[in-house]
Design a protein around this ligand. Structure first.
Ligand code: SF4
Ligand code: SF4
Length: 435
């Protein structure tokens, strides 16, 4: 008999069924709901958006301007390495617990089953019992709810690329903004087709992540595994198969391509055998080896850090996180540059040299910038009033230095521009030329 205290993955007490066996389903649903809420909240609250019309990037509720777009690179790296790290350590857990495609498929399947129960749709029932009508009503209602969900999701996803007001305008007045309308209705159509027809077929046949996983997975990757060594305890009830959303039989072997690691079969077997006072025959396990010596596993191994490769991947992800946060929070509040435009005039009122001044505001708040000039007596700057720059944005504007008419011809002066915004200040040096 196997000592079941040796399980690699201990189920938290909160998630245990009354019979004491593991139940992963509540935790999985809670995480899916949380991810679904985040998916909606992030673009609508400016938490994450790459606004292609305004050349703006929103990350962690901070608005970036075009000159901050290098941060986009680190955010992309953060996402890519996060996915690689999760895949390395936890295998297909991403698919079953986090992926929006699984969330959409679970929602569509669960809604259909609930409506079928509500309208008493029975498979293979004779038509005279009204089964055909119940089926029609149930499936029509299901399709209507899915279409409404797809429309709402299309509106939400479009907000990852366009401002919410633009998206709403495009959706309600398609002729006024055909591009925005095409984005919303195109996304809604794809989501509707996915939820109505594709669902799990996408995961088992088309998703590139499954192929990526077959490259990354090794003997230390977390998988859902049938305990072959206790095969004689299986009562062949097939509940693990009927509860599997992907319709596969985990008893056929570990690491099947279609398995999304959702753990529904784990719960199913725990329920069935739990009623007989036994532990289930299906578990989350690191690797495919029959039994490991797992007593008193260090925390790092329980978290999946089984070897140096995994430590390196997690360390890389943490480095990307650090750089992204440093870029986000540590960006200089004020940066500025000045370029000479070459338009120079002299008349009885003075000498006028023209420039282009660029001000970048790295803070989230709007600031007023004042520019003063020194280094040449009698020279002044226009505009003399404070220049307003909104948070996380840059502004380029013409600037003129005006010197006295008494300056000797064909002379050059090094002048300093003092730029101030609150307590922050920068000094730029440029050439003033008197023709
Ligand atoms: S075999 Fe188990 S873990 Fe894999 S998809 Fe089916 S129910 Fe989920
Ligand atoms: S649920 Fe458990 S006992 Fe039933 S067939 Fe599956 S593995 Fe065997």
């Amino acid at each position: 008999m196997i000592d079941l205290t040796d399980r690699l993955i201990q189920t938290p007490t909160l998630l245990k069924a009354p019979n004491g066996n593991a139940r992963w389903h509540p935790g999985r649903r809670a995480l899916q709901v949380l991810c679904g809420v985040l998916l909606v909240v992030l673009p609508l609250t400016n938490g994450l958006r790459l606004d292609v019309r305004r050349d703006e990037f929103y990350f962690a509720w901070h608005r970036m301007a075009a000159h901050d777009l290098y941060l986009l690179f680190w955010v992309a790296m953060l996402g890519v390495w996060g996915l690689v790290a999760v895949s390395f350590l936890y295998g297909r857990l991403w698919c079953g617990w986090v992926c929006p495609q699984t969330l959409a498929s679970d929602f569509a399947d669960s809604l259909r089953a609930r409506l079928d129960r509500r309208f008493r749709v029975r498979k293979m029932a004779p038509p005279e019992l009204g089964a055909g009508r119940a089926f029609f009503v149930s499936r029509s209602l299901w399709a209507a709810i899915i279409l409404a969900m797809a429309y709402g999701t299309g509106l939400t996803l479009a907000c990852y690329w366009l401002a919410p007001a633009t998206v709403w305008r495009g959706a309600t007045h398609p002729l006024a903004d055909p591009a925005a309308a095409a984005t919303v209705y195109g996304l809604a159509a794809v989501i509707a087709a996915d939820m109505l027809w594709l669902r799990r077929k996408f995961c088992s046949h088309a998703c590139p992540y499954g192929a990526l996983m077959s490259l990354l997975a090794d003997k230390n990757t977390l998988t859902v595994r049938y305990l072959d060594e206790r095969d004689d305890e299986c009562i062949h009830c097939r509940k693990c198969e009927t509860d599997c959303p992907m319709g596969i039989d985990i008893k056929q072997g570990v690491g099947q391509f279609a398995c999304i690691g959702c753990g529904e079969c784990v719960d199913a077997c725990n329920d069935v055998l739990g009623r007989q006072g036994k532990a289930g025959l299906i578990e989350y396990r690191y690797g495919t080896e029959p039994e490991r010596v797992t007593r008193r596993l260090p925390l790092s191994r329980r978290l999946g850090l089984w070897d140096a490769r995994r430590v390196a991947v997690v360390a890389t992800w943490l480095a990307c996180l650090g750089i992204a946060l440093w870029s986000l929070l540590g960006s200089a509040p004020l940066s500025a540059s000045v370029t000479n435009q070459g338009a120079i005039t002299r008349d009885t009122h003075g000498v006028r040299d023209t420039y282009l001044l660029t001000l970048n505001n790295g803070t989230p708040d709007t600031h007023g910038y004042t520019v003063t000039v020194r280094g040449l007596p009698g020279v002044r700057v226009e505009p003399s009033a404070p220049i307003s720059v909104i948070g996380r944005a840059g502004r380029t504007l013409p600037m003129t230095l005006i010197g006295p008419a008494s300056l000797p011809p064909d002379t050059r002066y090094h002048v300093q521009l003092d730029i101030r915004a609150g307590r922050d200040a920068r000094t730029l040096t440029t050439i003033f030329y008197a023709p």
